[in-house]
Design a protein around this ligand. Structure first.
Ligand SMILES: Cc1ncc(C[n+]2csc(CCOP(=O)(O)OP(=O)(O)O)c2C)c(N)n1
Length: 268
């Protein structure tokens, strides 16, 4: 996809995610909306994948470590043809294939089961190292939240990736400044994320996470022999006005079908 197509794809992902969330009437709207542009760029251009063969060994892998943001990834996977669009109605349904937190045993296209925060980057390191040891030419992408970086295991993984020169690993930090119950700066500030990760020996870029062109340009600049991180400056709830306005209480919300439809009208 070119830049305009990726912008259109982002809009489609945002609207599809909102319609998906409208079915149960509750869910993790905030952290889903903040990664939409990143998913559009990954699945629109960069990710080497095959929706008809989700377990293709040579594919690039995506670890959505902030697994509660599944609704946006499910919408993306459905739009790319991993499963029928009608399956999106199963979100958050007991026994359904789209659980509230992503699960690789339930949904085609999910590469790691997540929900217990802080573990994804370690798993991504293992996948990237394993691909390299097996001679596979593929990349691993991992998305963590800024609040999630409060978990110490991330910092072990940052050291590990630098030590083993995991140039085939790209980390996205969705820096939407909010976590479950407040602003990250008020709960446990992570300070200058860029400087910290750089100091761990990574190649680090910072971009507006809602600017498709900027995210795309950042991704084209991550061909380094060392691991790369892209810090995404984002807004929790982006595009869903009622959710944006509720920050920092917009992690998990209830909403009406009317609220969702009026937001969709604004987007379209
Ligand atoms: C180990 C662990 N501790 C606590 C939680 C509860 N929890 C779920 S989401 C969340 C906040 C995450 O914040 P952030 O990573 O910034 O996510 P985002 O704002 O992007 O949704 C917390 C504390 C969890 N899922 N796992």
């Amino acid at each position: 996809m070119d830049i305009q197509e990726m912008k259109d794809f982002a809009k489609q992902i945002r609207v599809t995610t909102l319609r998906e969330l409208a079915v149960p009437g509750f869910g993790h709207i905030g952290g889903a909306m903040s990664i939409v542009e990143t998913l559009a760029v990954l699945y629109g251009k960069y990710l080497k994948h095959d929706p008809k063969n989700p377990l293709w060994a040579e594919r690039d892998k995506l670890v959505l470590s902030k697994g509660h943001s599944g609704p946006a990834l499910y919408a993306t996977l459905a739009l790319r043809g991993y499963f029928p669009m009608e399956m999106l109605t199963e979100l958050n349904r007991v026994g359904g294939r789209l659980p509230s937190h992503v699960d690789r045993t339930k949904t085609p296209g999910i590469d790691m089961t997540a929900g217990s925060l802080g573990q994804g980057l370690s798993v991504a390191c293992g996948i990237a190292l394993g691909d390299r040891l097996d001679g596979r030419d593929c990349r691993t992408y991992c998305i963590v939240g800024d609040g999630e970086l409060n978990e110490g295991q991330n910092w072990e993984a940052l050291m590990f990736a630098a030590q083993y020169n995991l140039g085939n690993l790209t980390l996205f930090v969705d820096n939407n400044k909010v976590q479950l119950d407040g602003w990250t700066n008020d709960i446990m500030s992570i300070g200058n994320i860029k400087a910290k990760i750089q100091e761990f020996g990574w190649n680090v870029l910072s971009v507006d996470g809602h600017d498709v062109e900027a995210v795309s340009n950042a991704l084209s600049g991550v061909v380094a022999p060392i691991p790369s991180a892209i810090i995404l400056d984002t807004i929790k709830g982006k595009g869903a006005e009622f959710a944006e306005a509720a920050a920092p209480n917009n992690h998990h919300m209830t909403f009406t079908a009317e609220q969702i439809e009026s937001v969709i009208k604004e987007i379209l």
